[in-house]
Design a protein around this ligand. Structure first.
Ligand code: ATP
Ligand code: MG
Length: 231
């Protein structure tokens, strides 16, 4: 496949979505995001924040309507194309059985030790990893070391950033994330998101405040939008 240079413009065009079970979660959702723009999604639980980013990550596809990246329906691209251009940290992050190093490296087998460490440092995951007895060789995932959701998110964050994606999604964990981890994520966001189109679902106002645009959702609809100053 030809790998065209991606800019990171994103359009949700009349997107409706229904999970296999249940009612319509999104109906005629429209959103235009320019390359490099940082969008924060806020709204009460169940308002559709994760659904929007899960659609963007193509874990699900729109029931109706389209999602365009740089003007092209993402269904015309391969999953591999999206994987190399979009990084994500999910609300319930998944680590596979292996070491922390392997979990950060993931599909990028060509990544050097230096690049792995650099990614971990950039997202502030390095300090907590070094606090563990075996550091980057710590076994995680099934049967491995039990990590908190926040720690798993930090490892996912390092994994996502190692691939240097143009588009980045962070769906911060709602619960079981301690203040220290939250602060680490918050500090990392500022550094890491420069020059990337990003969707951030966060709970701290300080994280949300720096977004170019904040969308307030209710029942799958944007009820308010603007910068922090405007809202
Ligand atoms: P939270 O702040 O709790 O993370 P959210 O804004 O991310 O909430 P979503 O997870 O997008 O909300 O959920 C939107 C709606 O879709 C809710 O009514 C929810 O119950 C429903 N929903 C979410 N995931 C599924 C699923 N896998 N199957 C069926 N319904 C789902
Ligand atoms: Mg959610």
């Amino acid at each position: 496949e030809n790998w065209p240079q991606i800019h990171g413009n994103i359009t949700f065009q009349n997107v409706s979505f229904t999970y296999e079970e249940g009612e319509k979660v999104l109906e005629n959702f429209n959103l235009e995001v320019k390359a490099g723009e940082k969008i924060a999604l806020v709204g009460e639980t169940g308002s559709g924040k994760s659904t929007i980013v899960n659609l963007l990550c193509r874990f699900y596809e729109p029931t109706e309507g389209k999602i365009l990246i740089d003007g092209i329906d993402y269904r015309q691209r391969s999953q591999l194309w999206l994987q190399s251009n979009l990084g994500y940290v999910l609300q319930t992050p998944h680590l596979f059985s292996g070491t922390i190093r392997e979990n950060i490296q993931y599909g990028r087998l060509e990544a050097s030790e230096d690049e792995i460490l650099e990614a971990a440092k950039l997202v502030n995951a390095h300090p907590f990893i070094m606090q563990m007895e075996k550091g980057y060789d710590t076994q995680v995932g099934e049967g491995g070391n039990r990590l908190s959701t926040g720690e798993k998110q930090l490892i996912s964050f390092a994994r996502a950033i190692l691939a240097n994606p143009k588009i980045f999604v962070l769906d911060e964990a709602t619960s079981s994330i301690d203040t220290e981890t939250e602060q680490r994520i918050e500090q990392a966001i500022e550094k890491v998101l420069q020059g990337r189109t990003s969707f951030i679902i966060a709970h701290r106002l300080s994280t949300i405040r720096s977004a170019h645009r904040i969308l307030v959702l209710r029942n799958g609809k944007v009820i308010e939008a603007g910068s922090h100053r405007q809202l």
